[in-house]
Structure formats: C-alpha cells, structure tokens
Design a protein around this ligand. Structure first.
Ligand code: MN
Length: 480
C-alpha cells in the first residue's frame, strides 16, 4: 500500500512548480480520506482502487501544473459516488471549494453520451453547464485520461464507445479550455481503440517521415541553443514538440494522405522572457534559417479566440524539410499547455483579471466581440445553453437533447421510434405524467410503454418536434 511520503515524492516528480505548505496540508488530508474510504475496493483489473486509480488521476492533475486544491480534489474525486463518505463530511474535512468540485465531478459521472453526432456540440455545452466551473471539467478530463490508459481491461464493446466519446467530447473540451497538452493526450490514447484501421494506416505513413523529422529537429535544436544564448545573453528554454498521431491523421485525410504536406510534424518552441524578446528572437531565427513565405503568424498581436498567444514561423531546415518554430513567453506557454484551469490563470481570475481567461466561453456562445464582465459571461453562457434547448436524461443517464416546449411524447420518439410508438405515459422525475406534458430541462424521464398501444391522430397535437410528428404520420399511414 502506498504511503503518504511515497505519494508526496510522486507529486513532486510530476509537478513543475513547488506547492505551498497549505496545499500540502490539503493534499495530505485528502490522501488519508481517499485511502480510508476506498479501502478494500478493486478496479476491473484487480488493482487497489485508491492506489490504482485515484492516485494516478491526481498525478495527471499535478502534471498539468494545477494547484494543490485540485490535486486534493482528484484524490477524493470518487468518494461521494463510490463510498460511504457524505458531502457534509467531505466539506468539513477539506472545505467548501473542494467539496463542491467533487460534487460537480460526481454529477458529470452520471452523464453518458450516446453516439448522436448531430447534437454533439450541445452535449459539450451540457457538460460545461453542469460543471459550471472549468476546474471541474478539468478534473473529469484527467479522470478520463486515466480510464483511457486502462481501457484494455474493459470489455471490447465498451472500449470503442468510450474511446470515440473521448475524441468527440472530452478532447474537444480540453481544447476549448485551452489545455492543448491534455487534448493531444486524450486523442492519442483514444485513437487506436476508436478507429483501429485508421490508426494503423496513420502509423505506417508516419513512421518513415517521423524518423527524418526527428533527425532534422535534433540538429536545429543543437544550433538554436548557442545562437539564442549568444544573442539574448541567457539560455532560453528550447522545447521539441512532436505532432500527435490523431491530429496527424486528421491532417493527412485533408491532404489526401500526402505526408510531404505535413510541415508541422515536428516543431521547436523557444521560450523567452518578454513579448519584445519574442520579436527579437524571430529576427534572429530568420537571420539563420530562410523563412517560408506566408507562414508567419503573429498571435501575440492578434491572439486566437481561445486566448492563445505565440509567434509562429516556418523555416527551411536545409535538409529539404521545413520546420515550424514557435516563440513565446513562459506565461503564453503555460496558458497553451495548461489553460485557464491552471494555477496562474485561476489566481488571475480570482484577482479579477478575467476577460482573457474567459475567452474560451465566448467561443462556446459566439460572444467573441462583446465586452462583458465575467458574471455577464456566465449568465449569458447559462441562458444561451438553455435558451432554446432542453437536456433531459433517460434513467440510464443518456442525454436527450430537445427544443424547448418538447413533450414526453417527443422524448419517447427521440429515444427510439419503437418506444414512441408504444408509449403510454412517462415518469418525469419519478412522477407519472401524460404524454402531452412538457419536459423540464435536466429532468429524468422514464417512458412507460405498452405493447398494445399505438399512435392516434391526437398524438400529432401532443408532439412538438418535427421528428416525432413525421414518425407518427408514418405510423398512422401504414396502420391504415
Ligand atoms: Mn474516477
């Protein structure tokens, strides 16, 4: 069994920055609670639940440089769902902030997405709306990260569903939150299970190209360091970045599988001390390597909608291969890697420097150009989510996305035509209701069916959605 001391050493190895005494106290308490309440529980592969799942999830959180309260929350993220611990006890031991995060994660665990790609965007919004806090989404994504790492132990039928859902929902959310690193991790872990044939093909195509690209980048890296050091007066951090397998696949599909079109298989990142130095460094780079025309992008002057800032250029390496170079400050880098849930931006958000941190929300609701306070953002975010759509749940936790005004009958048809055709009534939040009853958002709806039931003309008045009415009409005409 892992001891607290061993765990502390692991956290220190995973996290780039040091934690405060206050953080360590929260983490130690959470460790003790998690270990005590999960005692005796096992995972599908036979591992101890706490050590084999909660600990790795919290180390994922630590490796994204999230703060101590999030690491602590990760250690106890499954206690409300899977143990005897009550929300009150959790709050007493670790405070309101952590208790609320864990409560949010537990709520998200109840939601299961079905492969309805048509409404995938509203499902993503639903996910965020339930979480109401970017940190909760981040915790859930780190939980998913570890589940993907241990996917092999699940039954085959489940694997593909979870893997595809991870690419469609979780990786997209990570990218919306600006946690680029996490988005790449989730997609690359899920890819082989989600689309096995495409994965194999991509791997074959990439193999040769990656070998060459790695050699080229290695040489440029060795030339870059002394050049930068000489010109800047200090050694900047130079990072090698390799494009993820899944995003290479997406690009290969767009480029008809022509590998020579992938100029960003490998990239170099130079991290300097100020925005001014970014431009200076760009000049130094262009003095040494010939830039490819039209490839310079100034995301410092014009940041991406999600808040991303950096200078991008592509240069000729001298070996026939062009290489992308990104120049940025530490702050810009952390924002790209760890996003708004990271330590820096969360502190900044609490301090009121919030507009930039919330840029990702504006992407969700296309509020890009409006000048709004954070509260206004959140209000608009919430009302926009629920303005014209309602999200209801089946008893199994599947999300059914319907327009406002939709009735229990619409819900039944949205679940399945057969369920619609044989619907007799519905239990909305446990209460029996007629088929004509409008469904409130976030309600749990159980359709009551009877094999003797069939649609009548009256149903056309009860149905609100075009989809349900079409199905009813079809059924009425064949019944005659
Ligand atoms: Mn979990």
């Amino acid at each position: 069994m892992i001891t607290l001391d061993e765990y502390i050493q692991k956290v220190e190895r995973h996290r780039g920055e040091e934690l405060s005494a206050e953080d360590w106290e929260l983490i130690s308490t959470a460790f003790e609670i998690g270990q005590r309440y999960h005692a005796g529980q096992k995972r599908a592969n036979g591992d101890d639940y706490f050590e084999g799942h909660c600990v790795p999830v919290s180390l994922n959180v630590a490796s994204l440089n999230m703060d101590g309260s999030m690491i602590a929350a990760a250690l106890v993220h499954d206690t409300l769902e899977d143990t005897e611990l009550t929300p009150q006890e959790l709050q007493k031991a670790l405070g309101k902030d952590i208790a609320e995060m864990v409560d949010g994660v537990s709520k998200l665990s109840k939601v299961k997405f079905q492969g309805n790609e048509r409404h995938i965007e509203s499902l993503r919004k639903f996910f965020v709306a339930i979480a109401k806090d970017a940190r909760v989404v981040t915790l859930k994504l780190c939980d998913r990260w570890h589940n993907l790492e241990t996917l092999l132990y699940l039954p085959e039928a489940k694997r593909q569903r979870i893997a595809r859902e991870s690419i469609l929902i979780h990786a997209q959310l990570a990218s919306r939150l600006g946690i680029g690193k996490l988005s790449t991790i989730l997609k690359d872990l899920a890819f082989p299970f989600a689309y096995p044939e495409e994965y194999e093909k991509t791997r074959e195509v990439l193999e040769g190209a990656m070998n060459l690209a790695s050699k080229v980048i290695e040489k440029m890296y060795r030339d870059m360091l002394p050049l930068a050091t000489e010109n800047l007066g200090y050694s900047p951090v130079v990072d090698k970045r390799i494009k993820g397998v899944y995003s290479s696949y997406k690009k290969l599909v767009r480029k008809d599988w022509d590998i020579s079109q992938l100029s960003d298989l490998v990239a170099l990142r130079v991290i300097v001390k100020s925005p001014e130095e970014c431009y200076r460094m760009l000049g130094i780079i262009h003095g040494k390597w010939q830039p490819v025309p039209g490839r310079l992008k100034d995301y410092i002057a014009i940041p991406k909608p999600n808040g991303y800032r950096s200078l991008h250029t592509t240069v000729m390496s001298g070996s026939g291969l062009s290489v992308e170079i990104q120049v940025r400050t530490r702050e810009m880098h952390d924002f790209d890697e760890y996003g708004i849930a990271s330590h820096h931006s969360y502190k900044a958000r609490q301090a009121g420097e919030v507009r930039e941190s919330f840029a990702w929300i504006s992407q969700l609701g296309s509020l890009k150009d409006q000048k709004l306070t954070p509260d206004e953002y959140i209000n608009i975010l919430r009302s926009d989510f629920f303005e014209d759509r309602i999200f209801a749940l089946t008893p199994l936790g599947d999300v059914i996305d319907l327009p406002v005004g939709a009735t229990a009958l619409d819900f039944a048809y949205a679940v399945h035509s057969d369920i619609g055709d044989s619907a007799q009534g519905a239990r909305i939040n446990g209460k029996f209701c007629a088929l004509s009853t409008p469904v409130p958002s976030e309600a749990v709806v159980e359709v009551v069916v009877s094999s003797r039931n069939k649609p009548s003309e009256k149903w056309l008045e009860w149905a609100h959605t075009a989809g349900a009415r079409t199905k009813i009409k079809k059924r009425l005409s064949t019944a005659r």
